[in-house]
Design a protein around this ligand. Structure first.
Ligand code: NAD
Length: 331
């Protein structure tokens, strides 16, 4: 049984608290958040969970074995280093930082971490995406030639979130960069086209939709399609096309019921609503992988190297979208 503290009682903090509380090998020990009564409110939903304003309480608490960091992105490295220094295992949310300069500034300390560290690239654990990858690895479609990832949110986050998010590529596409690396390995070339469909987001200096193409060292190519808005809901799909066939992971709905009448044929319920619902299994399996690694003393999947590689792709995409250039990276 792993006693876990959640740092940050915001949107993803709620997801992790619920996932921990429902996991047979985890206990939610503590929730930390300095703002208002956020920590207390979240902790009070779960038996035995305590709350604190200061994350230091989690790092100093001998009852806490591990922390999940869901604080704002600029705090990820400081919280990660403090937790690791205190000997805690860490599951940290993406992205590792807003800037590669912040990663480089902390490089020596990051390299010195000896406790288990995992990053929250939950989509690797989605049962459908993982099954597609397993089928690719098993050779079911021959050599992988093209990967297509479609990820559209139902609605944009509040503008206050957008302004501190680091931009669409670091905040949203980062998941898809990790998915591309999961399937294709090292990426050598990035070309991104940003779109401004939402004037409020344009005013905040960000794109709210984008198409990115990535070339891998293997020669395979990935296309990522993102939009902060989608009228038909949380659109999450993936297609892997190989020399001998293709694999498709489609959107998921609450039921398989279809309606046909004079107005529509084969109408179905809307897709599962947003990340909490759509990726509930993925968050649970991500937590299981973390617990398994911590308890077995093995290296967790999706470590600091994956987090840094995804951030590097996000920075390359940001540059490409701003300048129109194709950014080439060392493999
Ligand atoms: N993996 C995913 O699916 C996923 C989904 C959403 C967000 N995220 C990531 O999680 C992080 C948080 O995003 P969010 O949407 O939950 O944001 P949010 O703004 O809803 O929540 C952040 C919380 O952190 C708290 N906080 C601020 N300073 C703190 C401190 N010093 N110590 C502890 N808590 C502090 C805030 O009060 C807030 O409650 C971001 O890095 C984001 O990229 C990941």
């Amino acid at each position: 049984m792993l006693n876990i503290a959640v740092i940050g009682a915001g949107r993803i903090g709620h997801v992790h608290a619920r996932t921990i509380a429902g996991h047979p090998q985890a206990d939610l020990a503590l929730v930390c958040d300095p703002v208002g009564d956020a920590a207390e409110k979240l902790a009070s939903q779960y038996d035995g969970a305590r709350s604190a304003k200061d994350a230091e309480e989690a790092f100093a608490d001998p009852q806490v074995d591990a922390v999940i960091i869901g604080s704002p992105t600029p705090l990820h490295i400081p919280h990660l280093l403090a937790a690791a220094k205190a000997g805690k295992a860490v599951l940290c949310e993406k992205p590792i930082a807003l800037d590669m300069a912040d990663v480089e500034a902390a490089r020596t300390d990051l390299d010195a971490i000896s406790t288990p560290v995992m990053f929250g690239f939950n989509r690797r654990f989605d049962p459908s995406f993982a099954a597609v990858r397993a089928a690719v690895e098993a050779g079911r479609i021959g050599a992988l030639e093209q990967l297509t990832v479609i990820s559209r949110d139902p609605a944009a986050p509040p503008i206050e979130y957008v302004t501190v998010s680091g931009g669409i590529f670091r905040d949203m596409t980062i998941h898809d960069f990790d998915t591309a690396r999961f399937f294709l390995g090292d990426i050598t070339e990035v070309h991104a086209v940003g779109q401004n469909l939402d004037p409020a987001i344009e005013e905040a200096g960000d794109f709210d939709a984008a198409v990115v193409t990535l070339r891998a060292a293997s020669g395979a190519v990935a296309t990522i399609i993102n939009n902060r808005h989608c009228a038909s809901g949380y659109d999450q799909r993936l297609e892997a096309s190989g020399h001998d066939g293709a694999l498709f992971a489609e959107n998921i709905r609450p039921t398989t019921v279809r309606l046909s009448n004079a107005e529509v044929t084969d109408a179905q319920e809307p897709y599962l609503d947003f990340f909490l619902e759509r990726y509930a299994d993925a968050y649970r399996l991500e937590l299981s992988a973390f617990i398994e690694a911590v308890e077995a003393g093995t290296t967790p999947p999706t470590g600091i190297g994956d987090a840094v590689a995804a951030l590097r792709l996000a920075e390359a995409a940001t540059r490409s979208a701003r300048t129109g250039e194709v950014v080439r990276l060392g493999s």
